[in-house]
Design a protein around this ligand. Structure first.
Ligand code: SAM
Length: 189
């Protein structure tokens, strides 16, 4: 009986966290595993690059990309920024067992308010931002990033970033725009 009550409390807390605007302003949906190879291609992994996943969820993208970088013997750095405490815990646990953990950083912060610019200034590296967030929040996050760095690039899963101009890429054309077409579209800027 005690176990059952603890279990119900645990589930209630999890549901509360995932449905609360404070802990989860944008709902958690992982990027589609079927598109992972295309996402990694879009991130264009290289030495002296830092990749930020803003709203990293359970780290599906960051950990897969970090594994790929490890296999290619690249020194690429990965930063997962997340606000949901349950997902933060999962990120820490997953990093613990990751081969490339020394290159993975986890930050608990709010992507709408964090001082992204000073975080970037600490990087001498090429910076790539990965986004998979609701379209009505994208511009707010991009604005907070204050992109002054010329070597800055953005990969947005599923939703275009209207305020950025798309770079010509290896992607095939669709709807008159250059994007990667997987199960969902991947926009590169
Ligand atoms: C659609 S999911 C994407 C997860 C991951 N990037 C992926 O592609 O698999 C959006 C994530 O953003 C997180 N999130 C929502 N609002 C946030 C905020 N203000 N600051 C940081 N993370 C936030 C959510 O908790 C969720 O994990």
């Amino acid at each position: 009986m005690g176990f059952f009550i603890t279990f119900i409390i645990f589930i209630t807390v999890i549901i509360f966290i995932f449905s609360s605007k404070k802990f989860s302003p944008i709902p958690y949906f992982p990027s589609q595993p079927a598109d992972m190879l295309l996402i990694i291609k879009a991130l264009s992994l290289k030495n002296n690059q830092t990749i930020f996943d803003l709203g990293a969820g359970d780290g599906t993208v960051i950990f897969k990309a970090a594994e790929e970088a490890f296999q290619q013997d690249l020194n690429t750095k990965f930063v997962a920024v997340e606000i949901n405490p349950v997902l933060i815990l999962i990120l820490y646990l997953r990093r613990l067992f990751h081969k490339n953990r020394k290159n993975i950083k986890i930050i608990r912060d709010d992507i709408f308010k964090m001082d992204f610019e000073s975080l970037i200034m600490k990087q001498s590296n090429n910076v790539t931002i990965y986004l998979y967030i609701s379209p009505w929040y994208i511009e707010r996050v991009i604005k907070n990033c204050k992109m002054k760095n010329e070597k800055f690039s953005v990969v947005s899963y599923m939703y275009p970033v209207k305020s950025l101009t798309r770079k010509p890429s290896f992607a095939k054309a669709s709807e008159g725009k250059e994007i990667i077409q997987g199960k969902n579209k991947i926009f590169i800027y």
